[in-house]
Design a protein around this ligand. Sequence first.
Ligand code: PPS
Length: 292
Amino acid sequence: METSDKYLFKYRGCCFIQNMVTPEYIDSLEDFEIKDSDVFLVTFPKSGTIWTQNILSLIYHEGHRNGTEDMELADRVPWIEYNIQNVDYVNRPSPRLFSSHLPYHLMPKGLKNGRGKVIYVARNPKDVLVSYYHFSKVSVLLEEVEDFDAIMEKFLAGRVLGSLWLDHIEGWYAQRDNMNILFLTYEEMKKDLRSSVLKVCDFLGKRLTEEEIDDVVDKASFGKMSVDRRTNYTTMPPDVLDFSKGRFMRKGTVGDWKNIMTVAQNERFDSVFKERMEKLPFKFCWDINDEL
Ligand code: PPS
């Protein structure tokens, strides 16, 4: 273990939540056997994970679309690195859907060798930071940092869950030719959810009717997800999420960073991130009114 505090520990360059996973389990994932039908949703924390988990569940499960099944998303698209309930991941029925915040280098070898499919969802890092800042108040498992300057410095140094945003996205993007991977941005989903859902279906080889697509788009809207207990995390016990401090489904928009970051904080952020960000091929928009 490289470093550790009350909330996070760092192992092989990546920060994990204390007591939810062990270094031995992380190591074991490299040999987790991948099937061609496996689908991994990969995100840096606060980038649209629950949104895309919900979309995947809706695409794959008619019973979710038509409301006849009521399964928790954590059971439909569980976290590969946080198998707290000790579920038998190996023998899950195919196609197995998984979520992960892991950096590329800790992923199963089979995935790196081109088996399975990966959907990587990225979000502009200022909104990620602001979402993380608010979430750290709600999450009992994360350190609550009241001072935005202080949490921004942690974020810029990679001392947050998921580690350094730039390393995460660069690490995955560098492997784009070696694996089956679809990159999506939170911003494009926000601007045109239907097109994003169609892109995902196309990538996964799933043929849905127009009506079924309408259902997916409708049930994946921020408004519907905010009141759905499967997606708003309100079923979580108070020793995990403290809803007296805020909501998980908070604002769900693009550009909220402008409401909290000062000019000086924005300049400081850019001075650390801008150079590497300019080399990324992603089109993030920084305001809900900006064109993509
Ligand atoms: S986590 O804790 O890493 O799993 O969080 P994650 O799900 O990646 O990100 C949470 C943010 O995603 C927003 N969200 C949505 N935005 C728009 N539309 C929909 N349907 C949607 N679902 C979730 C959620 O509100 C969090 O962002 P913020 O900015 O905090 O509102």
